[in-house]
Structures are given as structure tokens and as C-alpha cells.
Design a protein around this ligand. Sequence first.
Ligand code: G6P
Length: 627
Amino acid sequence: MCGIVGYFGPLNPKDIILSGLKRLEYRGYDSAGVAIIHQGGLKRIRAEGKLVNLETKLKNEKFDGRLGIGHTRWATHGVPSERNAHPHLVKGLSLVHNGIIENYLEIREALQKRGADITSDTDSELVAHLLAEEVEKTKDLFKAVQNVLGMLRGAFSILAIWDQQPDQLVAFKDGPPLVVGIGKDEAFVVSDVQAVLQYTKKFIYLEDREIAVVKVGKVQIFSALGLRLEKPVVELNWTSEQVDKLGFAHYMLKEIYEQPQAVVAAMEPHIDLKNQSVRLKNVGFGHSPQSLDGLNSITDWQETQNIFAKIEKIFIVACGTSFYAGQIGKYLIENIAQLPVETDIASEFRYRKPIFSKNTLMISISQSGETADTLAAVRLAKEKGLTTLSICNVKNSTIDREASGHMYMNSGTEVGVASTKAFASTLTVLHCLTLALAKARGLLNIETEKDHILHLQKVPSQMEVVLAYDKYFAEAANSLKEFRGFLYMGRGVSYPIAMEGALKLKELAYLHAEGYAAGEMKHGPLALIDSRMAIVMVVPDDDLFEKSISNLEEARARGGKIISIGTVDNLRLKSVSDRYLGLPKAHWSITPLLSVIPLQLMAYHLANSLEYDVDQPRNLAKSVTVE
Ligand code: G6P
């Protein structure tokens, strides 16, 4: 995580860096800082806490140089404090770092033996010392970087400047993303193109162990060995999205309310509404994300179906909210496309030595497309010869670039750190994908296909109905204050929804909540139940309804307070609940898209009434680029 921005050009680096950091604050908000050339030296200013603190400090600061770097931090080594904030500065050498230096202990020890004056608890400062030692010897920042690259183990992307060469910035990476933006007589080096899209649309994506040297009007890329590389300049046709709260109190609330549109945008490329049939648009197996627009959609769909027809097994791998979406994908695919699906958290998948067989498809889900563990899982799957398909929101992100096939959430920018609309988009994409798999396998007759599409088409208006009940969710949230613990439960597709609901409460309201399969309640959680334990149970009218009611009765008999989310006018459910929230009736495969909304809104309202920062919850970040 952490967001980094470097600028070299005719404009004022302070403004460019600050505006870039603002757009990267989703990557971390523990501290921020800049180092900019001024009066022949380097002027560094840092502040603990959110970017706004740095902005205040920088308000009246002037810099005469045209080269600078900035950083917004998500703490790994060392507490959030000004002392540990980046940029680090050692003898005129300054750097910003995103990632983790795994061999930092041995580097620290060696530096201390050589008498280095280490002033922070970070692993990043150690790299600044190494570079300062090397520039001293080589008198050249690029050569120093080449030497230091071999000394580092871990995952990192780094920007370095040196006051003795105030006309160049050197960037290098191994792991977290780094992109060079090319402007007219200027260049930017950033963690994410969003940081500078208002200035340029031309980018060079750095691969691992590549070094970028940015000089006046010139950007050169080298291998770690110093070989000059010819890298493609990718021209993005994206506009810099104006992310605005549009009158909502928080981005998260706005994003929850954007879910009906998110569903439409996710399904629109893949569903032919006129003929009520599914036809995935430009999945482009084997093609780069940039070349997808140039594909012939009919041929691509044919190729996709040929690949799908051969698939015998699926892995779905992701982290956080994306993982819970993937778990719902398992229920959809196994039920509708009749393929065995294994779901796994990426950090487990990559180390657990899964058994790979032929004709296996690995679906990775990542809103950011940068989550380190998910990326490692994609790389492992590729190495083992699996066909990979990514579902990302950020086009051209590392996971999108590395996977063979590509599908997109199309959610638009999601600013709230706790994911909401991207979850709805992912479920929609997974639904389309499931139908496509079933179709390719000859398992979807025309009538069933039409039925599914009809169900999907109804979702946006059903979501509007659910959103219109918001005041009841706010009331329910208020009643949650009296509890000391929360058990979220569900069965079938509602089980991952229960886990997502519990996750939202933890992320936003800092309360302990567990998501559980309702059938497992007897095997432990029942012991926790008393009148101070709230049971939030998702109980749609589906085949498992009666079983869920029995679980609720068992919890009630032990004094648990029941908040149920079910189908409107279900008197049976109402009669066993202390609070009952009724949602529109929907097909079982659609219910997750509706039942997640009250859970998102309850967590939002509760956190908000406790005066927590719902858009940037403590200790979290939106893009997790470290293991
Ligand atoms: C972080 C975010 C979550 C997100 C998870 C996976 O933990 O705070 O909201 O669900 O990462 O992110 P991804 O970008 O891979 O979907």
C-alpha cells in the first residue's frame, strides 16, 4: 500500500504532488510528506495523520525546484508518526517507498556497524542509507540504484532523488505497481495512473526489477543490469473521473446508493437485452487489456466459449470483500453451470500447495487489481499452466495485465475503503460468467437463460426499493449499540453475505462480529449467545428457509436478540425476530445483491453515529500491495 508520486517538469511540484497524493490517499493515510528541490538542496516536509495535515503545513511553503517526490503512508514497520513518515532523507538523498523490505534486520545491523545515523523505525529509511552510501561512491544515482537493487529482498517500489543531481529522478520496483506518466517536457512517476490522469494519458508500466530514469524531456527504462529497454507507451482513453460526494455525507454512502447503476454497468456489455441472451464481450483470452477494444466481439465470444467448454474445474481466488463475492460465485457456478469450484483466500492459496489438474480455470477477483496476494496467486496459477481469468475494476492494473482473460466490474472509482458497489458489480459479473459457462457447456436452454436475464434485469429497481428503506436500517443500526457482540448468519448464498455483513461491521464500527454458516451455530457460537449478543440473520424465502427458522428458534431460546433480513411480508420470520427487515422477493441467485444492502447501511449508520471515519477506517487501506 502507500501511494507515491514523483514529478519533474516545468510546473510547481508541490501542487502536482499534493493533487496526486489526494487521489492516492485510498492507499494509506497514516502520514504524508514531500521532498522537493529548493535553493540547490532538498526541502522535506512531513506530517503525521491524513493528507490534510500535510496540506496545512505546506500552505505557505515555497519551492524553487522542479523535481520532487511525495508519499502517503500505510504503516508497516514503525508506528504512524512524523518520524516514520516518508520521504526519508539521508545526506541529500531522499526516497519514498511502497512495500516491505524483508531483509531489513540484516541491513539495519550492517548499517549500524558502519555507523549510520538511523532516525526512524522504518525499513524504508535503510534503503535511503544504502543509496546514500552508494551515491557517495558512484557519484551517480542510477548506478547507486543498480547496486542497491541487488541488496534488497521483499516487495517494493521506490522513487529516489539526490540533491547533487537535481535534474533526475530514479524509480525502481519489485512488486507493487509503478507507472511513469509522460507529458510535454514533464514526467510523473506514480503508484496508480489515477494520480495524474488530469495531466497525461500516456504511460509506461514498469515491470519488476526495471529502473526508470527521468530527466528533462526524457524517460529511459533499464533492466536491473543496466540494459536499455524499449517499453511500449500505453495511451489510455480514460478521462480523469471527477470523484465527488454528490451531496452524500460520505463516499461510502454515495457508493452504496450507486449500486443499481453498478449492476447495470457490469451486466451491460455481456447481456443482449433485446434477445435476452448472454454473450460475454471481449474477454480476450491471450490478449492484453489494451488490445481488447480492437477485438472482433463475435470471434472473441466463440473463442471464449471454446475455452469454457473444455473447463473441468474452477478455482476462485481473492481477498476481503472480493473473496466473499467469489464464494457466492461458487454457489452460482456449481448450481447453474455444474462445474466443481474451489474458493480460496489468496494468501492461503499461494502457500497451501493446491492440487492442480488439467483444464482448470482460475478466476481471480480484485477491485484494485493490485492486491499482492491475489497477484501472487495469479502468477502461481499461470506457472502451473492454468487458464486465468481476472475480474477487476481497475483496467490495466497488474492483475488485469497478467491474467489471460479479462472481465471488468465497471463500477467507476470506488473511494470508500470498505468495498460496497464493487461487490455488487462483481456479483453481477459472476452471474454473467456463470450463464456463459453454462451456455458453453450446453446446460442452458433458451427459457432458463431468459429467466435468469429477467431476474438480473429486475435487480436495479429492486435495489432502489431496498435503498428506499434506509431509514429502517438506520433505526436498526441504532439498536445495535447496546450489544457487545454480533453473530451474522446465513445459509447457502446468504452465508457469504453474512460474512460480508460481519466484515463491514468490523471495518467500519470497530465491533467484534463473526460471520457464520447458520448450520454451524450449534458447534460453538451457541455458547456465546445471551441477551447481549445480537444475531443478524439473512433468511430469504428459499429452499433453506425452514432450516434457518430452526436456527433462529435455537438462538432465541438462549436469549439471543434477532435482527432478521428476509422477504417482505414473511410473517413467520417476523414472528421469531426482535427486528425484521423485509426485502423484495427475488430468485435465490439474486438475493445476495439485495440482502447485502441493509448490512452495508447498518454498518455505515452505526459507524457514523459513533463518529468514526467511515470512508477511511483506522488501520485499513483500499489497495493492499504488501503480503
Ligand atoms: C482491502 C480493502 C477491501 C478489499 C480487499 C481486497 O482489504 O480494504 O475493501 O475488499 O482489500 O481488495 P481487492 O482490490 O483485491 O478487491
